[in-house]
Design a protein around this ligand. Structure first.
Ligand SMILES: *Cc1c(COP(=O)(O)O)cnc(C)c1O
Length: 215
C-alpha cells in the first residue's frame, strides 16, 4: 500500500484527508470496511449463517472500524487540485533551483540532495547547518530568521522523542544519524504562490544571518 496525505501543507490538498493505493484486492476490501465502521453491505460477504435472504436494510459490522470517510466536497477540491499539480511542482522546482544556486556559496549550510534518477516534488526544503562553522545554535539561527519575518520550521522532531514513545521505553540515542539531522536542520518556506521577490527575500535573509554568525 502507498499512502498520500492531502493536508493543506502538502503539494495538493483536500483540506484534510488522504488516499491509500494498493494493487492487493484483500487489502482493498479491508480498507473499505476499516473506513466505514467495519461494516459491509455486500451480501457475498455476510457471515451470519441465519441470513439466507437478507432484508434490504441488512448490513453486518464484522470488524472494529472507524469513520475515515472523505467527503465528496473534499474530493471535488482534490480533483481540481490534481489538474494543477504539474504547475505546482514546476514552480516548487524552480524555487529549489534558485535556493540551491544561491546557497552553493554559503559554506555553513548543506542543501538537500536529489538523486539523479528521482524527481522530487519538493514538499519541503530543508537546509542543514554546519554548526561547527557557526557561533550560534540552531535555535538562535532559527529565531534570527523568524525575527526577520522568514517563516522557517523544523521537520521533524524524531518521533520517539515524544512522550507517548518515551513512555513505551524508546530512549534518546536510538537513531544517532536521525538525531544529528534533527539538531542541524531548518526548513525554509517553499510554496507555489511564492513570488520571485519572496524567494529572493528568503535567500538574502539566510545569507545575512549566516554571515553574521559565521566563525
Ligand atoms: C503530512 C505528514 C503526516 C501527516 O499526514 P496526515 O494526513 O495529516 O495524517 C505525517 N508524516 C509526514 C512525514 C507528513 O509529511
Amino acid at each position: 500500500m502507498a499512502i498520500f496525505s492531502f493536508h493543506p501543507v502538502k503539494p495538493i490538498t483536500t483540506g484534510e484527508g488522504g488516499m491509500v493505493v494498493t494493487n492487493n484486492t484483500e487489502y482493498y476490501e479491508k480498507l473499505l470496511m476499516f473506513r466505514a465502521h467495519g461494516i459491509t453491505k455486500d451480501p457475498d460477504k455476510f457471515t451470519n449463517e441465519k441470513i439466507r435472504n437478507a432484508p434490504p436494510w441488512y448490513y453486518e459490522m464484522q470488524e472494529l472500524g472507524y469513520n475515515y470517510r472523505i467527503t465528496d466536497f473534499q474530493c471535488a477540491l482534490g480533483i481540481s487540485q490534481l489538474r494543477k499539480l504539474d504547475g505546482f511542482i514546476k514552480r516548487r522546482r524552480e524555487i529549489v533551483k534558485k535556493y540551491n544556486e544561491s546557497f552553493k556559496s554559503v559554506e555553513e549550510i548543506i542543501t538537500p540532495y536529489e538523486k539523479p534518477d528521482v524527481k522530487s516534488a519538493w514538499h519541503i526544503y530543508v537546509i542543514r547547518l554546519k554548526l561547527d562553522k557557526l557561533r550560534a545554535t540552531r535555535k538562535e539561527i532559527f529565531e534570527a530568521l523568524r525575527a526577520e519575518n522568514i517563516s522557517v520550521q523544523v521537520h521533524y522532531i524524531p518521533v520517539y522523542y515524544h512522550p507517548y514513545y518515551q513512555k513505551l521505553g524508546y530512549k534518546k540515542g536510538l537513531c544517532p544519524k536521525a538525531e544529528k539531522y534533527y539538531e542541524e536542520s531548518i526548513t525554509l518556506p517553499i510554496f507555489p504562490a511564492m513570488k520571485d521577490q519572496d524567494v529572493n527575500d528568503v535567500i538574502q535573509t539566510v545569507h545575512k544571518v549566516l554571515y553574521y554568525y559565521r566563525r
